[in-house]
Every structure is written in C-alpha cells, then in structure tokens.
Design a protein around this ligand. Structure first.
Ligand SMILES: [Fe+2]
Length: 183
C-alpha cells in the first residue's frame, strides 16, 4: 500500500483494497453463524437462551411459509443483543439491510415496539407503541412476526430447528447483496 493518508491513495491502491474486501465479505455468513452461536451464552432471566429463542422464532416463520429473507430475519432479529439489548433491533436490521427486502428490514428494525404490547406496561412505555406504524405496507406482516412467532418463542418445549438447519439459507442470503450503501 503506497499511502498513509487517504487523500494520497491511487487507483491501484483501491484495486488491492477491493480484492481484500471481497474476501472479507465472503466470510460474512461464517461471521453471522459465529455471532448467532454467541447468543447461547445469553439467557438472562428467560426460560430459554437467546439462541434458542431466535431458532424457535425462525422455526415458526419457516413453518408459516414466510419468505426466505424473513426467516433469516427471524433467525437474526435479536443478534444485536450480543453487543447490547437497548437498541438491538436496529443493530440486526442494519446488518441485514443489504441482503433483505425493505419490508423485512423495517420489521426487524421496529420489532421491539411491536413486542411492547406484551411487556411495555411493566417498563413504563406505551404497549400500543406499534400504532405509529399503522398504514405502513409491512404493518400486517410485522404483527404476524411479533404476535405469532417472536413473542411466543420462549418455550423450552417448543419446536426448534437446530442452527445447522438454517446454515444453507444463511450462506445464500448473506452471499449476495441486493443493495449497497458504500463499499
Ligand atoms: Fe425476539
């Protein structure tokens, strides 16, 4: 690399950077799988750990014939909790953004406010926070996601496909971007 400051970079520097970046991007599915595995250590006071919760949510989505990218969204929706719980929906949504539909992105981004119906009364927030999204094209699907798959997926006896079951879909989904912000 010839530069120590970006304003001195050349076209051939950027060619080398892009070659390296492509091989890093090719490892994204493996990084997603590794991040999901880390959720196993996160149980808190719930009756299942966060990996089981995500697997169970994705299993319900798959059983309901959700589109592939929404099944992956279900699998990854709480992945941000590996770093922090507070705004975990936005973290997962941004990782998913290049690889999923706009609807799936919006559902994952805002799933906490939909889930709030079931617990915001205990945390001093508005349980019907979801109403601000009424009228959005993805509203009905977000309700299905949260009401039928996410909020019920804390059952130690619930059907839960193993992580390996979803690996081919993770590899496929995170291998080709539909859209890019910046390289
Ligand atoms: Fe969840």
């Amino acid at each position: 690399m010839s530069f120590t400051r970006m304003d001195q970079s050349t076209a051939s520097d950027w060619e080398a950077i892009f070659v390296a970046a492509r091989s890093y991007a090719a490892e994204l599915p493996a990084r997603i799988m590794a991040t999901l595995r880390q959720l196993e250590r996160l149980q808190g006071a719930y009756s299942v750990n966060q990996l089981t919760h995500c697997l169970q949510t994705a299993t319900l989505a798959e059983r309901a014939n959700a589109p592939d990218d929404l099944v992956v969204g279900a699998l990854c929706h709480d992945m941000g909790k590996v770093i922090t719980v507070r705004n975990h929906g936005a973290i997962a949504a941004e990782i998913l953004w290049p690889y999923v539909s706009e609807e799936t992105y919006r559902i994952i981004l805002n799933h906490q406010e939909f889930q709030g119906r079931y617990y915001f009364e205990h945390t001093g927030n508005n349980p019907e926070a979801r109403v601000r999204f009424a009228g959005e094209s993805w509203f009905a699907l977000a309700e299905k996601f949260v009401d039928e798959w996410d909020q019920v997926a804390f059952d130690p006896n619930g059907e839960t496909f193993p992580l390996e079951h979803f690996e081919p879909l993770v590899r496929k989904t995170f291998s080709s971007a539909r859209r890019n912000r910046f390289e």
